[in-house]
Design a binder for this molecule. Structure first.
Ligand code: PAF
Length: 282
């Protein structure tokens, strides 16, 4: 397994792989890998002969007062995990490799509208940071495919939009959310929760599922369903950022006939901000 820190070393590998007509799938991560990431790596493997995992805690997607400094960095453990699943390369760039003109003069890629609400509203600038770093990673690694997790539902839609709009020659693939036995979606930020909070956190998925059941059974008063769910979560101790029922395809407001919905939520519990979602096909 190659561990690469700079563009030259990456280019050497890419030339060799391209020379052999091998396809490349990229799994962009910020490290602190858990089984959710590993499932994305396995999915990537189904789409290409070569799999690259990038590990970069991207400063531009964290707002003031967010957890950039505290974000768990566990490179040695991540390397061991990736060695076990057999990736071809880990790309661990430093800030200068990712932003060669410096952060002040860096080009920003920005997707409007789709980033206005939900996590975009609660975390101003976050998605500009995400799209800008993912566009850079696509430029550096030149993958045929790139895999993102469904847990960050809005993120994967935003990245799909960017790739299509800019005609980037990358197939964007979304991998299913991997959950703890309790139902809690796996996330690096779960480690901010203590044991009691972890138990409570599992209810986020339960509340999503019960909204899903109501939708399946024909309920169409979306606003009511949203406000009831917020009330339930608040009673359980969450501070709800948003709980919304939207069109799965583009997060637009659904009419009564919409048959592909996403129920998405973000809520604070203790020191953690948790996000989760389910897609409901009717
Ligand atoms: O989902 C993440 O971990 C990050 O937002 C990503 C896609 C690696 C970009 O930094």
């Amino acid at each position: 397994m190659n561990v690469i820190h700079n563009k030259n070393a990456l280019d050497e590998l890419l030339v060799e792989w391209r020379h052999n007509d091998e396809h490349i799938a990229l799994v962009p991560t910020m490290g602190n890998l858990h089984p959710g990431h590993i499932s994305l790596v396995e999915l990537a493997r189904e789409h290409a002969e070569r799999v690259v995992v990038s590990i970069f805690v991207n400063p531009t997607q964290f707002g003031d007062g967010e957890d950039f400094d505290d974000y768990p960095r566990t490179l040695e453990r991540d390397k061991r995990r990736l060695q076990k699943v057999g990736v071809d390369a880990i790309f661990v760039p430093d800030v200068d490799t990712m932003y060669p003109f410096g952060l002040e003069d860096a080009t920003t890629v920005s997707v409007p509208r789709l980033t206005e609400n939900f996590c975009g509203a609660s975390r101003p600038g976050h998605f500009d940071g995400v799209t800008s770093v993912v566009a850079r990673l696509f430029g550096l690694v030149q993958p045929d495919a790139a895999v993102f997790g469904q847990k960050d539902y809005q993120q994967q839609l935003v990245i799909r939009h960017m790739s299509q709009d800019l005609n980037l020659p990358v197939q964007v693939i979304t991998g299913e959310t991997v959950r703890e036995e309790s139902g809690l979606a796996m996330s690096s930020r779960n480690q901010y929760l203590d044991d009691d909070e972890k138990q409570t956190a599992a209810s986020l998925y339960e509340v999503l599922l019960s909204a899903g059941t109501e939708l399946q059974s024909g309920k169409r008063d979306y606003e009511r369903l949203e406000s009831d769910s917020v009330e339930r979560l608040t009673e359980l101790g969450f501070t709800v950022d948003y709980f919304a029922i939207r069109r799965a395809q583009n997060l637009g407001i659904p009419d009564r006939d919409c048959d592909e919905l996403v129920v998405l939520t973000a809520a604070h519990l203790g020191d953690a901000r948790l996000i989760d979602n389910i897609v409901v096909t009717i």
